[in-house]
Write a protein that binds this ligand. Structure first.
Ligand code: ADP
Ligand code: ASP
Ligand code: MG
Length: 438
């Protein structure tokens, strides 16, 4: 039995929905389907979820949300008309309008793209629609209540042979709608796969699998045929946005494989994401490269820092007080750096500097923006001597200045901090230079 998830591009129009329905019909094992909200039909299009968040900010700022709501209505009207189904869209939009006049829950609003798309797709397929709010349960802290969810969803879905389920959201124990982070329909797919005990989780998207590098930077990068859960999680966390990094968590202990497949090329074999590589498989030292821009370095320099027990802990505590979730904390004898997304410093830049200054009077203290992090990932990195040396050699040959190196305590990755302006150049240099390792 297979759980299937279709992404936003795969369900962006009536034409695409018909195509997805054909994919479902090709294989009777495809029984539980998770859907995203309509995504982009072309590069200049806007995702329905983005329009829904726009409505929320319009309401907050006292702008008229009606024009944006009409854009969303038009998208769904085109889909319903194209599918030639009898679906009461007016009623659904009346409900949204009436909610906008109340104290609106942003998560409820953001979830309406998935909710409507799933209802429409279910109507077209003639399959039952099951609302994710009854299946996916969040704790009050907005984290998924794993075991309660698997138990509840498993029990409810056991009464159905087929179902269409909206991705991206669930509800807390009081029934209040809660969402995963962006791209979270991938997580819903994994949760459903786990709950129904699927043999495979097929994730249908707009590329033929996980690529060894971001296809928006590298023209036709080599495709990854097999990748481990751990590698995928490292790569997706660091920017390989093809699958949400948390999609591994629900199935990690079960070993259910995930297959990434291309909706526009259903014959392509895609990528298998597995808990462990098959024993007889030749494993490449490096599986992929990924990266992200938008990081800052909070740096504190102070003579004899090494003698002050608890200094580093206190710096991290101050960061936590300001809600900063950090990525790396490289240290040297008299320097500690905290590397975190620049957005975390947006509203507390001055305060955090003042606080550290008052408490420690360091010799030097600054926040430097414009950093990018690039990671090279592979289960084979720890067992193949020289990969790290090669990575640094490639970067130095390309004339790129390294601001930080973290040889990953997972032994699975090497992370390099560079200037944002060198980001794409670094990815290209590593892709070209490491090709013998892929
Ligand atoms: P969906 O809407 O189906 O969930 P996403 O847009 O979330 O699809 O993810 C697919 C996109 O991920 C691709 O179109 C591609 O641009 C991007 N991407 C980034 N890095 C990678 C990578 N290493 N391999 C494949 N795709 C990647
Ligand atoms: N529609 C949501 C988003 O755009 C969730 C998803 O597509 O997975 O983030
Ligand atoms: Mg996605």
């Amino acid at each position: 039995m297979k759980t299937v998830k279709f992404g936003g591009t795969s369900l962006a129009s009536a034409e695409m929905m018909k195509h997805c329905a054909d994919i479902l019909k090709m294989d009777d094992a495809r029984r539980f389907v998770v859907v995203s909200a309509p995504g982009k039909r072309s590069s200049d299009d806007i995702k329905v979820t983005d329009l829904l968040y726009r409505i929320y900010s319009e309401v907050l700022n006292d702008y008229d949300p009606e024009p944006t709501l009409l854009l969303i209505y038009e998208r769904f009207r085109e889909i319903v008309e194209g599918l030639e189904i009898d679906f009461d869209l007016e009623k659904e939009f009346d409900e949204i309008r009436s909610q906008l006049n109340h104290d609106i829950n942003v998560n409820w609003l953001a979830s309406r793209g998935e909710y409507l798309n799933a209802k429409i797709f279910a109507c077209y397929l003639g399959w039952p629609f099951i609302d994710a709010k009854d299946l996916i349960i969040f704790k009050q802290n907005h984290l998924l209540s794993h075991h309660l969810t698997y138990k509840t969803a498993g029990a409810i879905l056991s009464d159905f042979s087929h179902a269409v389920i909206p991705g991206f959201y669930g509800a807390d124990t009081h029934g209040v709608i809660t969402t995963f982070s962006r791209g979270g329909s991938d997580v819903t797919g994994a949760v459903i796969a786990r709950s129904v005990g699927a043999d495979l989780y097929e994730n249908w998207t707009d590329v033929s699998g996980v690529m060894t590098a971001d296809p928006r930077i590298i023209d036709h990068p080599k495709q990854v045929k097999w990748i481990s859960y751990r590698e995928l999680r490292e790569l997706s966390y660091m920017g390989a946005s093809v699958l949400h990094e948390d999609a591994i968590l629900p199935i990690r202990s079960t070993g259910i494989p995930i297959q990434i497949r291309n909706t526009m090329d259903p014959e392509a074999e895609g990528t298998m994401i597995v808990s462990k590589y098959p024993v007889d498989m030749h494993q490449h030292p490096v599986t992929g490269i990924a990266g992200k821009t938008g990081f800052s370095n909070l740096q504190i320099e102070m003579a004899l820092m090494n003698t002050q027990v608890g200094f580093g802990a206190r710096i991290l505590e101050i960061c936590a007080e300001y809600g900063i979730s950090y990525e790396h904390t490289p240290t040297s004898i008299d320097i500690i750096s905290v590397i975190a997304e620049t957005s975390y410093f947006e509203n507390c830049r001055r305060e955090i500097i003042m606080k550290i200054d008052q408490e420690f009077h360091p010799d030097k203290l600054f926040i430097e923006d414009g950093m990018a992090l690039v990671t090279v990932v592979g289960e084979g990195i720890s067992t193949n001597v020289g990969v790290a040396a090669k990575v640094l050699q490639i970067i130095s040959n390309a004339g790129i200045n390294v601001r930080m190196i973290d040889a990953g305590c997972s032994e699975l990755n090497i992370i390099i901090g560079i200037n944002e302006t060198d980001y794409e150049k670094t990815i290209r240099a590593l892709y070209d230079g490491l090709h013998e390792y892929f």
